[in-house]
Design a protein around this ligand. Structure first.
Ligand code: ATP
Length: 733
């Protein structure tokens, strides 16, 4: 290392030490304030107790956020033409004298760190990337933006970027805050209302960008989003585990991450339908069909029904039922909820008949109890307005195509047939939006969900405790939605334990999120979009995906893919540089797609290449050879990144996994065995592709996904011929 760099490193170390000192002090202060508030105990006026809760929760949260920021607190410095200097880091910090010490990467002032170029220096003379390992500065890298060289810069902070993309993987995605590139930064900071689509080929950083955008929005719209929350929807639980550390490392907690299969609280679906079945279940015609199926539960009897109760007779007439049904429907309530008023009216009518002219309140009440307790009366009323649950009704519709056909409103016969399912079979992910729709139609008393927050809020809307809580929140000017007035009021009454917003949102099917991020969005069906739109009335979405990686039929446009969310589409951005996969592999994967008749709509260019990125082994004994190749690749990885480090995936078709008796899953250990579907969104240092032509049977999207997961090397093991476009490219090893 040259002396000048040693001197610069020492200089930056001084600054970094100071920044950590301030960070440590700030954390300690927040914790102390929280403890102080808690120490006030459970006495004092209700107002004082509420203020104490607000203060403790607020400072506890702020401390927790800062405590998660540890590694690479400071990563950039801008020296401007006007001689000013600005340090950029993970959080904004002020010196004890109140002057700005560190600028949060999300602040407008930090934009030039990511976007200034030689052609457009934005007032920056020098941009410095500071590399640290925990609290120690290990390197600096400068770009002089007013130099001739700067006009040819392809990447910002190329050294830091290449070190980041070349680092061994540990099974968890890291943040990219120190090396965000200009095209990514524009997406992260996009001032888009409505649906923002980020299209990008494999490895272009869509997931990274989406998560950093969530952090950016939480910073810039904190007041709104802390009250309502941010929902992240990912393809699999393994994927959500893979990304779970990114937002906390950016100082953001409290985001809800779910797969579509886990969207409904207390319910989980894992099965993956074949694409045609998922498509049938994704048809928007289900909205009217299900509405009709629920209406169909509100029936008129074929004839008047005579009931014998307590030695007297009463008749449940068709007219009585019709009138009660009309009135119950007019309440606009969901089916199970409206049933109460329907049943009450009929019970009243029957009791009046049974009282035979007696009109005093006690007599009528007595007869009402008789009707209520009568099994026969209950059965007849239920037959006219059958309470049910989403799973019961959907099971019946799937199991009985004749029934589904009768209530159908727009599904094709073929689709009805595709959806056929025996009762008791496990639920599939594509069923979740239909159950969600039914839960909405049947009402909150159905079995899937608990009461929604809006309901509770309405019930207590005039409650003075809420007003007091509201006053405490605004009186202390703490902002944010960490503690909302209704929750505080319930806390004060001892009705609820303290829970962070993310937990409350996760448990509430009717929660309205302020922003929704959808990853691998090309896989969602129109019904899934319908469910997500319900969860975000403001229609504020960041949607990331790749049409070229879609399963089944490749959609031709994002507008079409978004289904009912399409009209909200306000901006489409395209990312073009792949940071994950070496050029040899991205080029090969795109060649194969083209030869198969599916040229990439959105081709990518790899940021780098590596020698020996591709290997192929042909064999007659696939199983033994895969084992041998795995051993070789692990040894090679030991040599290149260190003993036991790095991640390896064996990717094979579902059929092959079954034949070999394997249970594919993402492992915490070094080696995972996966189907292409499970590998979606993930990455590994090395991938071993078993029989690529078999993987292709799942569709060209599956093979494209499988071929683009590795950061270093892909090794194909095959007995059959390799797919078109592959052979002829490179000779077998
Ligand atoms: N600016 C960057 N600096 C450092 N690493 C980056 C940058 N952009 C992307 N990466 C890395 O590239 C890899 C791919 O990113 P990511 O998973 O977000 O891509 P993707 O577009 O979602 O891919 P796919 O469609 O295959 O799921 C990740 O390891 C990510 O950290």
């Amino acid at each position: 290392m040259p002396n000048t760099e040693v001197g610069e490193i020492a200089h930056e170390q001084e600054f970094v030490d100071r920044a950590y000192e301030v960070l440590d002090r700030q954390r300690a202060q927040f914790r102390a304030t929280q403890r102080q508030a808690e120490a006030q105990g459970a006495w004092g006026t209700p107002q004082a107790r509420t203020e104490r809760d607000v203060t403790a929760a607020h400072y506890g949260d702020r401390a927790a956020r800062l405590e998660r920021i540890e590694d690479r607190l400071v990563f950039g410095r801008l020296d401007n033409d006007d001689q000013s200097t600005m340090y950029v880091g993970r959080a904004g910090l002020k010196s004890p004298d109140g002057t700005r010490l560190l600028t949060d990467w999300r602040a407008p002032a930090a934009t030039p760190f990511y976007q200034a170029t030689g052609l457009d220096p934005q007032g920056v003379a020098r941009r410095r990337h500071i590399s640290t390992r925990m609290r120690t500065v290990v390197g600096v890298e400068d770009e002089l933006l007013n130099s001739e060289k700067a006009t040819h810069l392809q990447f910002q902070g190329e050294g830091a970027l290449m070190a980041a993309v070349g680092a061994a993987r540990d099974g968890h995605m890291g943040d990219i805050v120190a090396t965000i590139q200009a095209e990514q930064d524009r997406v992260i900071r996009a001032d888009t209302k409505g649906v923002l689509v980020v299209q990008g080929g494999p490895g272009t950083g869509k997931t990274a960008v989406a998560l950093h955008r969530a952090a950016y929005l939480l910073y810039n719209q904190r007041e709104r989003l802390e009250r309502s929350g941010v929902l992240i929807v990912g393809p699999t639980r393994a994927f959500l585990r893979y990304i779970e550390r990114v937002l906390p490392s950016l100082g953001e907690t409290g985001v809800v991450s779910l797969t579509m299969g886990d969207l409904l609280p207390g319910f989980s679906a894992h099965e993956i339908d074949p694409p045609a079945v998922a498509q049938a279940k994704g048809n928007l015609a289900w909205i009217d069909t299900l509405k009709n199926a629920v209406r169909d539960l509100q029936r008129l009897p074929n004839e008047d029904v005579v009931l014998h109760l307590h030695g007297r007779k009463a008749t449940l007439t068709i007219d009585m039922v019709r009138a009660a049904r009309t009135r119950a429907r007019r309440t606009g309530k969901a089916h199970n909820e409206a049933r109460d008023s329907f049943a009450l009216e009929l019970i009243d009518g029957l009791a009046t008949q049974l009282a035979s002219g007696e009109t005093d309140a006690d007599t009528l009440a007595w007869w009402r109890d008789i009707v209520r307790e009568s099994k026969d009366a209950r059965r007849e009323i239920n037959l006219c307005w059958m309470p049910t649950t989403p799973t019961t009704l959907l099971s019946r519709l799937y199991a009985r195509p004749d029934y589904l056909t009768r209530v159908n409103r727009g599904l094709s016969t073929e689709q009805i047939d595709l959806c056929r399912r025996a009762p008791g079979e496990p639920w599939a992910i594509a069923d979740v939006p239909l159950l969600d729709e039914l839960d909405e139609l049947l009402g909150y008393s159905s079995t899937l969900t608990r009461k929604s927050a809006p309901h509770l809020a309405a019930e207590h809307s005039h409650n003075e405790e809420i007003e007091r809580a509201q006053a405490a929140i605004s009186g202390q000017d703490l902002g944010g939605g960490l503690v909302d007035a209704e929750t505080l009021a319930r806390l004060a009454r001892g009705e609820e334990e303290w829970k962070p917003l993310s937990e409350r949102a996760r448990e509430d099917r009717a929660w309205a999120y302020g922003h929704v991020v959808v990853d691998e969005a090309q896989e969602l069906t129109p019904m899934m979009w319908h469910s997500l739109l319900r969860r975000c009335p403001s229609r504020s979405f960041t949607v990331v995906g790749d049409l070229d990686q879609a399963r089944g039929n490749r959609p031709s446009s994002w507008y079409e893919t978004l289904g009912p969310a399409g009209p909200g589409l306000t901006e489409e951005c395209v990312l073009t540089i792949s940071y994950r996969t070496p050029r040899t592999l991205t080029d090969l994967a795109q060649n194969v797609q083209e030869a198969l008749g599916y040229p990439a709509h959105f081709p990518v260019v790899a940021a780098r290449d590596l020698p020996d990125a591709l290997a192929m082994t042909q064999t007659n004994d696939l199983e033994a050879e895969t084992q041998r190749v795995l051993e070789i690749e692990c040894e090679l990885l030991d040599e290149s990144v260190g003993e036991g480090l790095g991640q390896v995936a064996i990717i094979l078709s579902e059929e092959r996994a079954r034949t070999w008796g394997l249970q594919p899953e993402v492992k915490a250990q070094r080696v995972s065995i996966l189907t292409p579907l499970q590998a979606k969104g993930l990455e590994f240092d090395v991938t071993i592709l078993v029989e690529p032509s078999e993987i292709l049977t799942g569709g060209p999207g599956d093979l494209f996904v499988a071929m683009t997961r590795s950061t270093r090397r892909l090794h194909a093991v095959h007995a059959q011929e390799l797919p078109a476009g592959w052979t002829g490219q490179v000779a077998d090893n």
